[in-house]
Design a protein around this ligand. Structure first.
Ligand SMILES: [Zn+2]
Length: 295
């Protein structure tokens, strides 16, 4: 049995995985002081009670990780921790693997698809924008474990909004949930709209677009163009078959995905116009499944 652990800001999701299926699961509350001890002791207790033989444990972590060393998990409040020393206390004889959560989710989505050894990229549109790369069925962290940080690609030459990273014009300033609200507020007075300025959410804006709200449609277009152009640039560097679009914003569905695809085709190099761009389908399970196949 493989174990995939998806570490989040409030809970940790543990999947017991066999033959690419999550056959059992645990949820552990996140307390930063004892997080990994809690997870390991719960997993061990549960595995013994169910008679599961564990072959290995993989972790998908929301931050910067080098090997099994946790450099920084900003939203969890943990940094400078060698994970293997904790895990080995509970599981001395099994291997431990780590990657960031976006890479784990990218692999999870790929494993739920037909060709598990293909190459794919996942873009997560949430509060920020994250990316994860899988080449020939293996996640790629890069030389600095930073190859998924596409949210900070300089893509918006028009508004050049200040980003939380210190740069301006980053992809996530215009295509994350926060960015969508920012754009809607910027153009609020320029279009006819039934959206409420003070309570605007990204979902409102994209739902508005589905109902032909002029402001919603305009913002959708800006968001999709930024993402389509970003994917055309990523594709030149990584040359993969499929892009999965996940995260809360992707719940907008076809109206968003189709427009991203249209803009991708507009900006893409002629040799790679026919790649797949599709909505991620596993939701919260992707990170657990992917983490369980890091080896
Ligand atoms: Zn940035």
């Amino acid at each position: 049995m493989r174990v995939g652990v998806d570490v989040g800001g409030t809970t940790v999701k543990v999947g017991f995985v066999d033959n690419y299926e999550i056959v059992d699961r645990l949820v552990v509350e996140t307390k930063k002081e004892t997080l990994f001890d809690d997870v390991c002791s719960e997993v061990k207790k549960y595995a013994i009670s169910k008679n599961y033989k564990i072959d290995g444990i993989g972790f998908g972590l929301p931050g910067h990780i080098v090997g099994t060393f946790i450099d920084k998990l900003p939203n969890v409040g943990i940094e400078g921790l060698e994970l293997s020393t904790i895990v080995k206390k509970y599981f001395p004889n099994i291997e431990i693997y780590c990657t960031n959560d976006a890479n784990a989710a990218a692999l999870g989505e790929l494993l739920a698809d037909e060709n598990k050894k293909a190459s794919a990229y996942m873009i997560t549109l949430g509060t920020g924008v994250g990316g994860g790369l899988v080449i020939d069925g293996k996640v790629r962290d890069g030389s600095h474990s930073n190859c998924g940080e596409i949210g900070h690609m300089f893509i918006d030459y028009v508004h050049k909004y200040q980003c939380t990273c210190g740069l301006c014009g980053c992809l996530e300033t215009v295509s994350s949930a926060t960015g969508i609200v920012r754009l809607a507020k910027e153009y609020y007075n320029k279009f006819k709209t039934s959206l409420d300025y003070n309570s605007l959410t990204a979902k409102d804006v994209l739902d508005g677009a589905k109902k032909n709200d002029e402001l919603g449609l305009y913002v959708l277009d800006l968001v999709a163009e930024s993402l389509g152009r970003a994917i055309s640039i990523i594709e030149l560097a990584v040359d993969v078959d499929t892009y999965y679009i996940g995260g809360g914003v992707s719940n907008a569905g076809d109206i968003l995905i189709n427009k991203i695809r249209d803009y991708y085709k507009k900006y893409a190099h002629f040799a790679v116009k026919d790649i797949n761009i599709k909505r991620a389908k596993l939701g919260n399970d992707a990170g657990m499944l992917g983490s369980a196949y890091l080896w």
